[in-house]
Design a protein around this ligand. Structure first.
Ligand code: ADP
Ligand code: MG
Length: 427
């Protein structure tokens, strides 16, 4: 069995990983780390939640030179939330390595402040494309010394929406850089395009029998547009998620649904691109702390986010392609945990369901919810129905029947740690 040391990771980093409950590499880490350490280009594809982040972070930390202050590694991500998440994962490790620094460069934050930080010398920059280009145009960041480039969620980064920006960034990074692409999905057309920006990349795939993670149970619930909200509420009441992400097609629909859930006494918040950056960060922080139970989001939350305790994903609006479905449901069932993904399907959504099922090569189990009303009296709020349920501030202090049923948020990490202490492989 491989360990991180045998993959070329230094003992200090290995020790910090162990302290964080990470003792043995996942299959994608085992395959990708040696290739990345050899400074070869690579395209790595493995299911959601299987540890792709460390597969690129660890080689970067090993290769970056702490004695040189310039940007040596650049990681580009599609969303601010993902850039921040990777930054905080990198910071946990960098903290123990003298002379290395990471910086997140993303929109909605004070440019001056980011500029000042850049001056201090940052070997590893984790950025969203738009803000990175701002800095490049102002001349406040130079990428002339970048030797390692990562596109996380690479298929999305090379898709139409981001491609022009990414191409502009690529022009400013030395041609002899190492380029590494990571994603759970990599459609053929994008793969062909990717290769044109790379130097004979190694193709690294972790074979699995299914495209989606086996630990994520999937369910289709048939409903109608009119009954959708009531259906969702009855599903929330039935499944009692610990934390759930509810995906909507548009910012507006997310906002409207969130309002409705709040009115019914659910502890929810919205996350989408119309919010201020401060609000986005606050919502994510409270969701990670389980102070918010339901995150009503657009696809801004579909890629890469790793929040412990997300037991359920609901597709309130069905995604329009299989890739988007795979990434959305991949917000649960991470790091070997269980998860349930429920997709609401109205009659007009059938064609998308067909498309998704073809894409994932699986027929999803159907369920019809009888009647159009939730089980409890509709005139009462959710909080009233579950009378003893304190929400908001008191929710955590006074455990309620509802809370008791909710699985604890940390079993995964805790078990992992125990298994690791025993020297066992936990995943
Ligand atoms: P991906 O990018 O493949 O979707 P992430 O890199 O976000 O997955 O990792 C998912 C979760 O797995 C994170 O919480 C991470 O800390 C954890 N993890 C990563 N590597 C390991 C490992 N070797 N052993 C145990 N847990 C790991
Ligand atoms: Mg990832």
């Amino acid at each position: 069995m491989a360990d991180f040391l045998s993959l070329g990771i230094r003992p200090k980093i290995n020790e910090v990983l162990r302290e964080n409950g990470i003792a043995s590499p996942t299959p994608i880490q085992e395959k990708a780390i040696p290739v990345a350490m050899g400074r070869k280009d690579l395209i790595a594809q493995a299911q959601t939640g299987t540890g792709k982040t460390l597969a690129f972070l660890l080689p970067i930390l090993e290769k970056a030179d702490p004695l040189r202050p310039d940007v040596q590694a650049l990681i580009v991500t599609p969303t601010r939330e993902l850039a921040l998440q990777i930054t905080s994962e990198a910071e946990k490790l960098v903290r123990h390595l003298e002379g290395l620094h990471v910086l997140a460069v993303y929109g909605g934050q004070d440019v001056e402040r980011q500029m000042r930080k850049l001056k201090g010398g940052r070997q590893i920059v984790i950025a969203t494309p738009g803000r990175l280009l701002d800095h490049l145009r102002r001349g406040t960041i130079q990428l002339g010394d970048v030797s390692m480039l990562v596109l996380d969620e690479a298929d999305q980064m090379l898709h139409m929406g981001f491609l022009p920006e990414v191409e502009e960034i690529l022009k400013q990074v030395p041609a002899d850089r190492q380029t590494m692409l990571f994603s759970a999905t990599m459609p053929q057309s994008i793969r062909r395009l990717a290769v044109t920006y790379m130097r004979s990349p190694e193709d690294i795939r972790v074979k699995s029998t299914t495209i989606t993670v086996e630990k994520i149970k999937q369910l289709v619930v048939e409903t109608t547009d009119r009954a959708k909200q009531a259906t969702l509420r009855s599903l929330l009441d039935r499944y009692q998620p610990f934390l759930a992400i509810i995906f909507c097609r548009t910012k507006r629909r997310a906002s409207t649904l969130n309002e409705a859930l709040l009115q019914h006494g659910y502890l929810s918040e919205e996350l989408h691109g119309d919010l201020s950056q401060a609000k986005r960060e606050d919502v994510m922080k409270r969701f990670r702390e389980a102070k918010i139970q339901y995150l009503v989001a657009t696809d801004v939350a579909a890629r890469g986010l790793d929040v412990e305790g997300v037991t359920h994903v609901f597709n309130y609006d069905i995604p329009h392609d299989a890739e988007s479905y795979i990434h959305r449901i991949g917000r649960t069932g991470r790091a070997g945990e269980q998860g349930l993904a429920v997709t609401l399907v109205a009659p007009k959504d059938r064609m998308y369901l067909d498309l998704i099922e073809k894409g994932i090569n699986l027929t999803i189990k159907r369920e019809k919810i009888e009647g159009e009303h939730p089980p409890a009296a509709p005139e009462k709020t959710h909080a009233q129905r579950t009378r003893e349920q304190p929400h908001g501030k008191n929710r955590k202090q006074v455990p309620s029947a509802r809370d008791k049923k909710r699985p604890t948020p940390k079993p995964g990490r805790a078990n992992r740690q125990k298994a690791n202490q025993r020297g066992g492989r936990s995943r």
